[in-house]
Design a protein around this ligand. Structure first.
Ligand SMILES: [Cu+2]
Length: 95
């Protein structure tokens, strides 16, 4: 059993699963995006804060130099919700 940011995870044949109180384990996934418009660490923090408020997102890292944003979340999170949160901040998703 591995503890990441206070939550419990188990490694199974399906991948890494988050152990929830409700008894259903959620499969964790990683999403990587390239975005345009981040100029400094302040922008990185705005992206991180906005995304970490989305239910199911555990961890976000953002780099303004490369424009890369990496998200660790459970399987319930819709990629579209992530993209619109980023666009609401005024950044552009590079597809
Ligand atoms: Cu900035």
């Amino acid at each position: 059993m591995k503890i990441i940011s206070g939550l419990k995870y188990i490694i199974t044949t399906k991948g890494i699963e988050k152990v929830t109180m409700k008894g259903r384990n959620l499969i964790m996934k990683e999403i990587s995006l390239s975005i345009k418009g981040m100029m400094c660490t302040g922008c990185e923090n705005r992206v991180k804060n906005a995304l970490e408020n989305i239910e199911g997102i555990e961890k976000v890292s953002a780099d303004h130099v490369s424009g890369n944003v990496n998200i660790v979340c459970d399987d319930t999170v819709d990629k579209k919700a992530i993209e619109s949160a980023i666009e609401e901040l005024g950044f552009e998703i590079i597809k």
